[in-house]
Design a protein around this ligand. Structure first.
Ligand SMILES: Nc1ncnc2c1ncn2[C@@H]1O[C@H](COP(=O)(O)OP(=O)(O)OP(=O)(O)O)[C@@H](O)[C@H]1O
Ligand SMILES: [Mg+2]
Length: 401
């Protein structure tokens, strides 16, 4: 009988264990430097950007752990913290599409009021949230934005000085999934103006650490300008094949499985394009199909088949449908037919038998609809690399445009 085990892979949630957080030495170094600067009254705001599932929340989570005194990751990566350990007060906010700038500000202040005493042994901070809530009545108006910033920054000033009085290094505001905010939420302008205001008011030990999907952050930037000027961009890229292999082998080792497969890293890179979410999914499913505690090529193929016909079938089917009909399906088919995952535009043109400029807007639409990514100029790949495997098995849809 196959023995039950705890799945070492976590495709559905960010990595919280620093021992299982791979690669990323440079981005971690940048965020640790930001912590050091903030501690020393030189505030730096950061925004982690990258494709869906590339590991943004995981990185922010590790920054939060480090900021609250957990030295495991910095020790393992041999990164100088410039101090024994950090001791910040942190709050975490996940954005959603219905939130306005006021909602964001209100949520942040609430979290400080309710968690402050937890971090500072019984000390509390009074922020007059009832007074603040009155600003919410008229939240959509741009005229109200300056008043909102004034009231918000005044309260953050209080949070920050109370933190310093309690012997803390300062205050960090983690804002994840900033890409979910709608363009008319005014959050981009709000964040930019609030950080500038805090700088003018010399609130120096407080900073924002945000994360969002590259394209969507770009869109906020286009609408409102310059968050990327006030926030330092920390871009995350996909993993190389040796890192892909490390992640898989580490998981397999955790549950004492042998690996009887050559080129695991390269093969796994080919199907996942180095995105950690599919890497975890692949690892998890390889363990689930394996019967003999030894992972081989058959387990590898069976896992991919299980992912596209079972585990992710509905998600992939709806992704393919959302590409659109007619020409869109033929473009998608061309991308799936190419023997590499990252496809040059001229190969797509060749497959379609059309000049590149006749379908340029279709390519832009597929990027917009979240079907494709453009890893470099003139190159395209599926946002979910498993879509290619799905199309190889099921074909594309016969749908009118
Ligand atoms: N450095 C890492 N080492 C190993 N696994 C990682 C790493 N970073 C992320 N992962 C894994 O990748 C998957 C996606 O991570 P995460 O949720 O952090 O990505 P994300 O960019 O925030 O995704 P989304 O765009 O959906 O918010 C998770 O399964 C996580 O466990
Ligand atoms: Mg995330």
């Amino acid at each position: 009988m196959k023995q039950r085990f705890i799945d070492p892979f976590t495709p559905n949630r960010p990595i919280d264990d620093p021992e299982r957080f791979f690669g990323r030495a440079d981005p971690v170094e940048e965020l640790v430097d930001a912590l050091f600067q903030i501690k020393n009254s030189n505030p730096k705001h950061s925004i982690v950007t990258g494709d869906r599932g590339v590991g943004k929340s995981s990185l922010l989570g590790q920054a939060q752990l480090t900021a609250t005194g957990d030295n495991r990751l910095t020790n393992r990566l041999n990164i100088d913290r410039g101090c024994d350990q950090f001791d910040f007060i942190c709050i975490w906010h996940d954005c959603d599409s219905t939130q306005s700038a006021f909602d964001l500000a209100n949520a942040i202040l609430r979290k400080f009021e309710s968690s402050f005493s937890k971090f500072t042994k019984g000390l509390t901070v009074e922020l007059d949230l009832a007074g603040f809530a009155k600003l919410g009545a008229n939240q959509q108006s741009a005229a109200n934005l300056s008043e909102l910033i004034e009231e918000f920054c005044g309260r953050l000033d209080r949070v920050c000085s109370s933190a310093l009085k309690a012997g803390k290094d300062g205050v960090l505001i983690f804002v994840d999934e900033i890409d979910r905010l709608s363009v008319d939420s005014m959050v981009a302008s709000f964040m930019k103006l609030a950080t500038e205001r805090l700088a003018r008011d010399k609130v120096q030990n407080l900073s924002f650490m945000a994360a969002g999907i590259t394209g969507a952050v770009q869109k906020l930037e286009d609408e409102h300008g310059s968050i990327l000027r006030t926030f330092r961009d920390v871009p995350l890229t996909t993993f190389e094949s040796d890192e892909v292999e490390d992640i898989l082998l580490d998981g397999f080792q955790k549950v004492e499985r042998k690996v009887a497969m050559s080129n695991l890293g390269e093969k796994a890179w080919e199907v996942t394009v180095g995105l950690p979410e599919p890497i975890h999914l692949l690892g998890s499913e390889m363990l689930s199909v394996d019967e003999d505690a030894e992972l081989n090529e058959d387990d590898f193929s069976a896992a991919i088949e299980k992912i596209v016909t079972d585990v992710r079938r509905n998600k992939l089917a709806s992704l393919l449908r959302s590409a659109g009909g007619g020409k869109y399906q033929r473009i998608v088919e061309a991308i799936a037919a190419y023997d590499k995952k990252i496809v040059p535009l001229q190969e797509i043109a060749k497959h379609l038998g059309h000049e590149q400029n006749t379908f340029a807007t279709n390519m832009a639409t597929l990027l917009d609809r979240g079907i494709l990514l453009k890893p470099q100029i003139g190159y395209y790949t599926f946002s979910d690399p498993m879509l290619k495997e799905y199309i190889k098995i099921n074909g594309v849809l016969n749908m009118e445009e």
